[in-house]
Design a protein around this ligand. Structure first.
Ligand code: NBP
Length: 468
């Protein structure tokens, strides 16, 4: 029997769809899943010539593959990845390639790289974004790790990846060790920030301005045809369109308002704190999900605590136009923070990240895909060493010209008592970044006052302590 060219371990939604995608591109794929019945069911539903071979033990999986073996894990991130690697290893040979395609923590990928390379295996840790649909029709793929392994995977991954409007594949080698998973984590951090800002805009439009769900759907559809064109805006209008067949109500209105999280947004913020990179809006998005989870306390608090009684009384159309501009500015600022973090991490971890290439492979397939990413790619093309998007003329102008609307929208949110934490954090980032002198001088004085931590002076060199 013809040997398979690739294998996937883990047949959740991602594993199944990725297996189909790779097989559809002409590479026979062997598949394995811990729970055997899942494999049986998956394979039974496929035509005989699909090019997917079900296997029911790690020995069988290893035997079914041409060498060097290329085996991709699509299992739950964390201990499951280590468990699968440990179970597979006795059946592999030096030179075989293991690929972890789950949302693994990048430091786990760093550790696994060292451990596996010591034993002669090649390891790739790769982000895969695009959800179920993306995995099937073309995800954005962010592989990091062994350069030799990448050479052996490049054709297959390029065939399977999404293609941007100019035909460019949304995959490329990101960097050594955990670089691929790191970049995927920051992708998700940016995703959190954009989702939270869209949610705040929804709240302002719905609770604040009284737009119905159908009006919201029309508005977001209109926005998706302009500069806000993106996957997240597109799915938002489609969500607003959806009517619950049982009740006849908009489905979104029936969904419990507690946002869950799997950890990648939190990891982005935690790592940004570790590296000392400002990620205001990502942090705000993570915190906003946390307070959304405190539903029972919020229910009690609403009955006890009054907010402002003010209702929106201005020009509704003008406010809607301002909200659109505020969202666009906020999204640019979220990207500025995300790419700013990547810049710091690239130096800290010696990842040597190519920002233009990262923007390029985020243009299609992934959750944060947006027309804007084409402009971001061009900004890094103009200046590959750009440390912050706000230092690019076009992006600076895009935010500066909308800052009035961003401020106006936030002020209205505050007046109406509608939380706009992510939007206002984006503005605070912008205001802090463009301010040469921040009040940190006072903080230094306070630290010196109570802890003799010393401070530096503007007018002379050295370190000073005062007996306050
Ligand atoms: P899940 O994250 O739900 O994982 C399910 C798979 O992991 C099943 O095949 C399960 O086998 C296997 N598994 C577990 Br759980 N523990 C295992 C163990 N100890 N040994 C062997 N297998 C084990 O699946 P998914 O949603 O397809 O995601 C796969 C990966 O891709 C995850 O890391 C996820 O974070 C990432 N990802 C998901 C998406 C998405 O939209 N879902 C998008 C991008 C990335 P079983 O059938 O025997 O329980």
């Amino acid at each position: 029997m013809e040997k398979a060219k690739f294998a996937i371990v883990g047949l959740g939604v991602m594993g199944q769809n990725l297996a189909l995608n790779i097989a559809n591109n002409g590479y026979p794929v062997a598949v394995f899943n811990r729970t055997e019945s899942v494999t049986r069911q998956f394979v039974a539903g496929l035509p005989a010539d699909q090019g997917i071979i079900g296997t029911y033990s790690y020995v069988e999986l290893a035997d079914s593959l041409e060498k060097p073996r290329r085996i991709m894990l699509m299992v739950k991130a964390g201990p499951a990845v280590d468990a699968v690697i440990a179970a597979l290893k006795p059946h592999l040979e030096p030179g075989d390639i293991l690929i972890d395609g789950g949302n693994s923590y990048f430091e786990d990928t760093e550790r696994r790289t060292v451990e596996l390379e010591k034993e002669g295996f090649l390891f790739i840790g790769t982000g895969v974004s695009g959800g179920e649909e993306g995995a099937l029709h073309g995800p954005s793929i962010m592989p990091g790790g062994s350069v030799d392994a990448w050479a052996a995977l490049k054709d297959m991954f390029t065939a399977a990846a999404a293609k941007a409007y100019d035909g460019e594949p949304c995959v490329d080698y990101i960097g050594p060790r955990g670089a691929g998973h790191y970049v995927k984590t920051v992708h998700n951090g940016i995703e959190y920030a954009i989702m939270q800002m869209i949610a705040e805009v929804y709240d302002l439009l719905n609770r604040g301005l009284g737009l119905s769900t159908m009006e919201l759907s029309e508005l977001f559809k209109e926005w998706d045809a302009g500069e806000l064109a993106s996957y997240l805006v597109e799915i938002t209008y489609k969500i607003f369109e959806k009517v619950d067949p049982e009740t006849g109500k908009p489905l979104v209105d029936l969904i419990v308002d507690e946002a869950q999280q799997k950890g990648t947004g939190k990891w982005t913020s935690q790592n940004a704190f570790d590296l000392g990179a400002p990620t205001h809006t990502i942090n705000a998005a993570v915190t906003s999900r946390i307070i959304s989870g405190m539903k029972s306390q919020r229910t009690v608090a609403q009955a006890l605590i009054d907010g402002p009684s003010e209702k929106f009384s201005g020009d509704r159309e003008a406010m809607i136009a301002a909200i659109k501009n505020a969202l666009y500015a906020g999204i640019i600022l979220a990207y500025a923070q995300g790419f700013g973090l990547l810049h710091v991490a690239s130096e800290e971890y010696d990842y040597d990240l190519d920002m233009q290439m990262i923007a390029k492979i985020w243009r299609a397939g992934c959750i944060i895909r947006a027309d804007l990413l084409d402009d971001i790619m061009k900004a890094f093309d103009r200046d590959p060493g750009l440390v912050n998007l706000l230092l690019d003329d076009d992006f600076r102008e895009a935010v500066v010209s909308r800052q009035g609307d961003l401020r106006h929208v936030i002020i209205n949110g505050i007046k109406l008592g509608i939380p706009v934490y992510a939007l206002s954090s984006a503005l605070a980032y912008f205001d802090a970044y463009r301010t040469e002198r921040l009040p940190a001088n006072l903080i230094q004085a306070q630290r010196d006052y109570f802890g003799a931590h010393t401070y530096r002076r503007l007018d002379k060199e050295g370190s000073f302590h005062t007996d306050w």
